[in-house]
Design a protein around this ligand. Structure first.
Ligand SMILES: Cc1ncc(COP(=O)(O)O)c(C=O)c1O
Length: 379
């Protein structure tokens, strides 16, 4: 049986070139980067070369990059350190953020008495910018935390527009860029943003490694206390091979970014058109206009039939890995908090298909064929 992976928003396969770049550091170059002898100097050097390489890709300074264990830690560090070290008393965020942000904000509300204001989400899943501006008028010291692309529905946020608003109202701005790093160009010299986050496993790098970008002159302290690694900003022996792998994954991602974007966007548009040919009553969660939507994510709303609740399972049995998400908001069964915030998603069966540079048209055709059979059976 063929196995087709259409769940790249959850994680992506490691690129062979990344594995190759990591191997020497798993085999021979094992020195602790904090050791002052030659073994340590060699691995420290590899880390610093990678930091510079990553900073160059996003037009930042190496000193603005702190390596972390991934997106969750980076999001935690931005929000928790903004509260602990920058005097932040209020977080403006939305109800469709990843739990790394949503749960952290709620924890800060309970443990540090931080005020949380949720910006409204429009019917198509976009942040209501006018409401954001309204909320920003309050003079409390604030951090805005809004994700660049939603991991479930793919909606994109205009980072430039939000950063200008935050600047105008003297608010800090953090954006979870976990789904877009390695998929879009970033120019942090141009974009006035205080914190962005990255997880290498979303662009064919290894799991368990990422980074937090901290705009220069933003004086925060360690979240993970311990040794003096990462210029005293993150204690703990560095994930050496992970960091090297992330650097290689960035290099691959940005070496042919436009080609990769075009390839994946074409597959997504093709899948949209073919799905509508199978059943014209199929709709899509979020905004699917290419300029407003992450090209790697397509969240499909299948009409509810007797069999539709089994669709994800049936796809899995047929060798197709996608991701579910129900719009349950009762709290009894954990549903998707993102879909629950959209007005129509409880009236359909939602399945997220997400693509990568390795996804082929043949794989999409195979998935479409199975979907066609499943929707014909259940009609
Ligand atoms: C938008 C977003 N933020 C944060 C995370 C968490 O990243 P990590 O798995 O590296 O902790 C994810 C992972 O699914 C994500 O999609």
């Amino acid at each position: 049986m063929k196995n087709i992976y259409l769940d790249n928003a959850a994680t992506t396969p490691l690129a062979p070139e990344v594995l190759e770049a990591m191997l020497p550091f798993l085999e021979n170059d094992f020195g602790n980067p904090s050791s002052t002898h030659s073994f340590g100097r060699k691995t420290k050097n590899a880390i610093e070369i990678t930091r510079k390489k990553i900073a160059d890709y996003i037009k930042a300074e190496p000193s603005e990059i702190v390596f972390t264990s991934g997106g969750t830690e980076a999001d935690n560090m931005a929000l928790r350190c903004a509260v602990a070290d920058l005097g932040v008393k209020r977080i403006i965020t939305s109800c469709i953020e990843h739990h790394a942000v949503g749960h952290t904000a709620n924890h800060l509300k309970d443990s540090c008495n931080i005020k949380i204001d949720l910006v409204k989400i429009n019917d198509n899943g976009h942040v209501d910018i006018e409401h954001l501006e309204e909320l920003l008028k309050e003079s409390t010291i604030t951090i805005v935390s809004l994700m660049h692309a939603n991991n479930e529905i793919g909606n994109l946020l205009d980072l430039k527009k939000v950063s200008l608003l935050c600047k105008k109202h003297n608010a800090y701005f953090h954006s979870d860029t976990v789904q877009t790093m390695g998929h879009y160009n970033f120019d942090l010299k141009d974009l006035d943003i205080d914190f962005i986050t990255c997880a290498a496993h979303k662009f064919h790098g290894p799991k368990g490694v990422g980074f937090l970008y901290i705009k220069r002159n933003t004086q925060i302290n360690q979240l993970i206390t311990g040794g003096s690694q990462e210029r005293k900003l993150r204690g703990g022996t560095e994930n050496l091979y992970g960091i090297v792998g992330m650097g290689k994954a960035m290099e691959l991602a940005y070496s042919d970014l436009e080609e990769h974007q075009q390839h994946v966007q074409e597959l997504k548009s093709y899948m949209i058109n073919e799905l509508l040919k199978i059943d014209s009553s199929i709709t899509f969660n979020g905004d699917i206009a290419p300029e407003n939507s992450l090209y790697t994510v397509l969240n499909v709303c299948f009409p509810i039939t007797q069999q539709s609740s089994m669709m994800l399972f049936s796809l899995d049995i047929s060798g197709i890995a996608a991701s579910g998400g129900s719009a349950c908001s009762s709290g009894a069964t954990a549903g998707s908090h993102v879909l629950a915030s959209l007005p129509y998603s409880d009236k359909c069966q939602s399945i997220r298909f997400s693509f990568s540079r390795y996804t082929t048209k043949e794989e999409i055709d195979f998935a479409l064929d199975k979907i066609k059979k499943l929707t014909t059976i259940s009609a």
